[in-house]
Design a protein around this ligand. Structure first.
Ligand code: MLT
Length: 357
């Protein structure tokens, strides 16, 4: 098994590259994926979407009696819920745990012991943590328990956002939206706007863009620029600018995220940085008027929650694709869950349709 050597959240044998084989793996970072892996997931997500839309199917019943736990240690409206919906559409069951206040961690239980408890109840775990590398730690704890024969089977862990680091399922869903719109990644240019230092959705998407050869124009603030490892990763496919309008005029995709100011500390330097970033965000507001400079087939994406940076006046414009993007997370998360549990939605559905015809 090849272990990914890149990544920002600490290494360990849990970061195995997929290379077409999703079994016995955890999904912790976009660095684990090859272009081929992404295309397998896109094909499965496409099949999942068709199955969900077909009133006679409403999903694919390929994981009956299979249980997902979505353990959200940070706030979530979309990700936890769409993971649960994805699992239901696969025929399984799901529980979303929002915050650990009501758990035994309040009685002094360690996070490691919580992970083992969840692993005894679930076939697959998704988790969001405020700490960078939190899902990787969960995966390590679970792997060790399996090695020690305390757990009988592999329980894959999916990173649903680890602090300021990564959000791979978001990026994969985003790539699904982009692929459905353009039918290819070749020749595409994406303007990526916001805090490049702390916004995990940007990080995972930048890794995906580099794997697939999408050109990125990072519109950045001097106080939250593209980190060095991402600059190296982007290479010739990455441009950096502070001119949002010029970037929009050249882009097929405008991807903007909010100011993740929950990470701002309260020392004086951090407060100053935060003030400057908030000021830069006021210059990046995308409204209906500003949108007119993009070409007519371009799309505007935002992982939500949005604040003032994506003005509701764009909602009626056909280029606004952020609601579509939200909906696309479900078939993509179906594809991810199924693959990690050894199933390809496309293959299973094709077989079923062939047998029925
Ligand atoms: C996340 O990273 O949790 C969300 O998807 C995006 C955000 O918080 O702005």
């Amino acid at each position: 098994m090849e272990v990914v050597q890149e990544g920002r959240s600490g290494m360990g044998n849990v970061f195995t590259r997929f290379n077409g084989d999703f079994t016995d793996r955890h999904l912790l970072s976009m660095h684990q994926l090859t272009a081929g892996d992404i295309h397998l997931l896109l094909a499965d997500a496409q099949a999942a979407e068709e199955a969900v839309r077909n009133p006679a199917e409403r999903g694919v019943n390929i994981l009956p009696l299979t249980e997902l736990k979505a353990v959200m240690r940070q706030p979530s409206t979309r990700t936890g819920g769409s993971m649960a919906t994805a699992m239901h559409k696969l025929g399984g069951g799901a529980q979303v745990i929002s915050g650990m206040e009501a758990s035994s961690e309040g009685k002094g239980e360690t996070q490691a012991d919580s992970w083992i408890a969840f692993a005894t109840q679930a076939d697959i775990i998704g988790t969001r943590t405020d700490r960078v590398g939190g899902p990787a730690t969960a995966a390590q704890v679970i792997n060790m328990a399996r090695r020690d024969r305390k757990l009988v089977g592999h329980v894959p862990v999916i990173n649903l956002g680890d602090g300021t680091n990564e959000h791979p399922t978001q990026a994969l869903g985003d790539l699904f939206t982009i692929f459905k719109k353009f039918g290819t990644f070749e020749g595409l240019t994406m303007a990526l706007v916001g805090d490049h230092e702390r916004y995990r959705a940007h990080h995972s998407l930048m890794i995906g863009a580099s794997i697939l050869g999408i050109k990125v124009i990072a519109v950045e603030s001097m106080v939250a620029p593209v980190p060095d490892d991402f600059t190296r990763l982007g290479g010739a496919n990455l441009e950096r600018t502070d001119d949002l309008d010029a970037a929009m005029q050249r882009a097929d995709i405008l991807y903007i995220g909010r100011n993740p100011d929950e990470y701002s500390g309260d020392n004086i330097t951090e407060r100053e940085r935060s003030k400057q970033l908030a000021h830069d965000y006021t210059k990046w507001v995308v409204d209906r008027r500003r949108l007119q400079q993009m070409h007519k087939d371009a799309i505007v994406m935002h992982p939500r929650p949005r604040r003032h940076e994506l003005d509701p006046s764009i909602d009626m414009d056909p280029r606004a694709s952020d609601v579509q993007q939200m909906a696309d997370m479900i078939p993509m998360r179906m594809a991810i869950i199924a693959r990690l549990l050894g199933k390809s939605i496309k293959e299973e559905r094709d077989q079923r349709l062939a047998a029925a015809s």
